[in-house]
Design a protein around this ligand. Structure first.
Ligand code: ZN
Length: 224
């Protein structure tokens, strides 16, 4: 086990995976699952120390904003098309998206915010000392997940020199693939949110109309 003072995992980085339990950019294990329905790979990142699911702040903010946008669009749609059933359906979807957005916000950006403001007030030297004293110490190991973790903080050339220093030199995996897949998964997530919102709206609209139809039927049968 070799500690890595070259990378400060306690210094806030909004583009790096962060563990809300350990309150650090800990090293992670990557779990990959193939989604045959959408024809793409889904990767999840868990903390190597406590196994908690990790997240990237900027991704969490993206998801929260996407949910707020869909929620806002639903409410605007409800006002623009004042049909009883549609107002009910869009209002329900808007409320659900708003609820999810607030839930994600409290679980992710809010937790990060406390860590970020606390750490930002500390000097570079204090942050360095804190990182070296932290209960979870990053270590060098030969695995793609090490490269993926280190690439968040340092360049490929710097990773190569780390490998020379701590272990066998090995070809560093290119970052471009990871970044582009992250971007495409972000837009895919946004489209999925819209798709699910439309589906949920349609279901609510149908339920609402069914109720109205049964009321009309009752009125009609009683008038006879
Ligand atoms: Zn952890």
């Amino acid at each position: 086990m070799k500690n890595l003072p070259e990378i400060n995992h306690c210094k806030p980085n909004p583009d790096a995976y962060w563990c809300p339990k350990c309150r650090a950019h800990n090293q992670f294990s990557i779990h990959s699952n193939y989604d045959s329905h959408h024809g793409s790979w889904y990767h999840s990142y868990t903390c190597r120390h406590c196994k908690t699911s990790m997240f990237i702040l900027n991704d969490a903010i993206f998801v929260t904003r996407a949910l707020f946008i869909v929620s806002f669009a639903c409410f605007i749609g409800g006002v623009a098309f004042p049909d009883n059933g549609l107002i009910y359906a869009l209002g329900g979807t808007g409320a659900l998206c708003l609820f999810l957005a607030v839930g994600v916000w409290f679980n992710r950006p809010m937790k990060w915010s406390g860590f970020n403001s606390f750490q930002s007030g500390r000097s570079a030297q204090t942050l360095k000392e804190q990182a070296l004293d932290h209960q979870c110490q990053p270590t060098y190991y030969e695995c793609e997940s090490f490269d993926a973790w280190a690439e968040q903080f340092i360049s490929s050339a710097e990773i190569q020199s780390l490998k020379k220093k701590y272990g066998e030199e090995k070809k560093v995996r290119k970052t471009a693939k990871t970044e582009s897949s992250t971007d495409s998964s972000k837009s895919k997530l946004f489209y999925l949110a819209i798709l699910y919102a439309i589906g949920f709206t349609a279901v609510l609209f149908f339920i609402e109309k069914r109720r109205m139809i049964s009321e009309w039927y009752d009125q009609w049968s009683h008038s006879d």
